[in-house]
Structure formats: C-alpha cells, structure tokens
Design a protein around this ligand. Sequence first.
Ligand code: AMP
Length: 375
Amino acid sequence: MTIAILGGGQLARMLVLAGTPLGLRFRCLDPAPDAVAGHVCEHLCAPFDDPDALAKLARGAEVVTFEFENVPAATTERLVQHGPVRPHPRALATGQDRLFEKQLFQRLGMGVPEYRTAHTLAELQAAVDAVGAPCIVKTRRLGYDGRGQARLKPGPELAAAIAAAHRELTHGNDGGLIVERFVPFQRELSVLAVRSLRGEVAVYPLVENVHEGGILRRSRAPAPDVSAATSKQAHDFVAAVLQDLDYVGVLAIELFDLGGTLLANEMAPRVHNSGHWTIEGSVCSQFENHVRAVAGLPLGSTAMAHGAATMVNCIGTLPARDAALALPGVHLHAYGKQPRENRKVGHATVVGADRAAVDALAAKIAALPPARGEW
Ligand code: AMP
C-alpha cells in the first residue's frame, strides 16, 4: 500500500520513518528540491498547484494525507477527484482560518480568548478598543511559529502600533485579521489525539509546552500537575472536535491553562511538534498512529511507554553530535535540513521513570554547544 503525502518536510519524513516498518510505501510532493522527506521516500519536486504533479502523487496511492494545513483549496479539490484524502479537506479548511477554528471550539462549548475580527484600519482600531490592550493581532490565515502576529501594549504608542500592525499584517494578505485579548496564562498545554477510519478515538496524555519568540522550545509529557478534571475536559474536547469534523488521523489542539481553566488557542490538523516525544515516549507514536489511521488500520496505544518524556527542539543549529550522543539516554533526531536562523532542524527526546532526572538531562541537551560546520 502506498501513502501519498503533500509536503516533504520533517513531519513527512517522520511519517515515512514510522510507516515503513509496517510495510507501507510513501511518496511526497514538495516544491523544494532539498525537501528532507526525499531522503527516505520518493519525492516529486513540483508546485502544489501543478495538476500533473498532483495526479502523479495520487496515482496508485491508497490515500493522500498532509504534513501541513495551508494547502490551497484548489489543490485539495483536485486531490479528492483522485481518491480518498485524509483528514478530509473540511478539517484543513477549518484549521487554515483562526476564525473558523474559534467558531468551532465555541460551538462545542470550549472557551477561547475574547476576540474580534477586522479588515480595515478603522475596524482594527474598533476591535482593539473592544478587546482592550494588551492584545495580539494575528492574520486569520497563513501564520505560523509566531509569524503574522503583532502584540499591542496599552499607552501613548498604541495608535501608532495599531497602524503599523495593520500595514504589516495586511500586506499581501486578504484573509483578514483577528484581535485576541492577551491571556495571562500560567502555561501552555497541547492535547493530541487520533481518530481511525472506523471512528475509534485515542488521546495522548496532555503535554506542557514552552515557547520562545513564538517557536516551540520544549515539551514535557505528561504535563505535570494536571487535575483529573482538567485532563478530562481536554480529552472530551479533542474527542468532540474529531467527531464533529468526522476526522481521520492525528489532530493537535493548543490550549492556554489559566490555573485549572482551559482556553483553546488553535488546532493543527496534522501531526504536531508538541507530539514528537511520542516516538520514544509512547507505546505508539503520533506518526505511526496517523499512518495507521489514514491507511484504515487499527490504532496503536497512546499510553506512555515511560513515566516521563521531555523533548527539546533544535532551533537554527544542531548540537555537536559527539557531545549530544555522549549523554546517555538521549534520542537524537536530525532532520537533514540546512541550519538557518529560527529553523527547526532537529529535536532530542529524553525518557525515563523519573520526571526530575528526565528534566535534568533535557537541560544538559539544551545547553550543548552548537555543531561547527557539517554535521
Ligand atoms: P499562536 O500562533 O496563536 O500559537 O501564537 C504563538 C504564541 O503566542 C502562543 O504559543 C502563545 O505563547 C502566544 N499567544 C498567542 N495568542 C495569545 C493570547 N491570546 N494571549 C497570550 N499569549 C498568546
């Protein structure tokens, strides 16, 4: 059985690495000649809107899936003509737009940060007035890793900051803006779950995430100090979203924890960076479970395989390989990407029975010197 993947980055690469031992074959489409999934599967190098390339991608494949959600609608419309697309394009369309996501979350009874939408500068000023500063202006579509956002503080500079945010964020973007009240969260959590073709749902333990500059730096699982009620709320919520979208595959939802009260931030209709720890930390990883789900196979267990797991992202550079591997128990994943500022080029995971020992080792990894020259 062949699975086609739209996108050929590290997420596609880890899907291939997880699915290959199951006897599955993979083909990816990515316009970048150096797409890193191309190291481990057939790579079609063409734009995402190339009809011939899309036909080639889907030819002989049982199913098409995605490693990213910002897929042009015309692309998904073409792909569904060739065969099953999982998750369904409706889930992608929801995940592409912050307003659609929030409306879905609210309809399912989940709290979200207070928000208003805006297009024009006057609308943006009114939206900021209504929500109140401090607040965050985000593009409704196409933002990621903190890009496409501006933070606004109260004070004499506010009017100028609103005008600047409008100029920057509407440049080349016709999808509109959303203004969110700045939420004084205690921490960020995420919940990942998978739904099979037959409708079975399995949920991973809640994850605690630390972001810096809008980019995920560290994830800890299970998130420490989570009450049974909070955990149940997150589980029930992600299950409701999966059900509502008739979703097949892995879905991630980012949450703000206000000290026992959860607000939903956004969802990713795909495998997610805050689930990379599941490769070593779970009985069945998010990557294998996504592949199993879209291929119509039974799901694997989402239970922890160890007491604790911590994932450290390698941003911009990888650590020196010798030094990293000299630390016992470190699982290193280099994505084969060229180092570049703010680029996710790899991650390392530590697992163990003891949370404090796992965190201590993760801190050592984070403090490793960067590799010099070729890795
Ligand atoms: P996002 O792209 O929506 O995930 O935003 C990137 C990061 O900005 C989040 O992980 C949070 O750390 C922060 N952030 C986003 N929205 C809010 C908000 N409404 N209040 C406080 N912090 C936020």
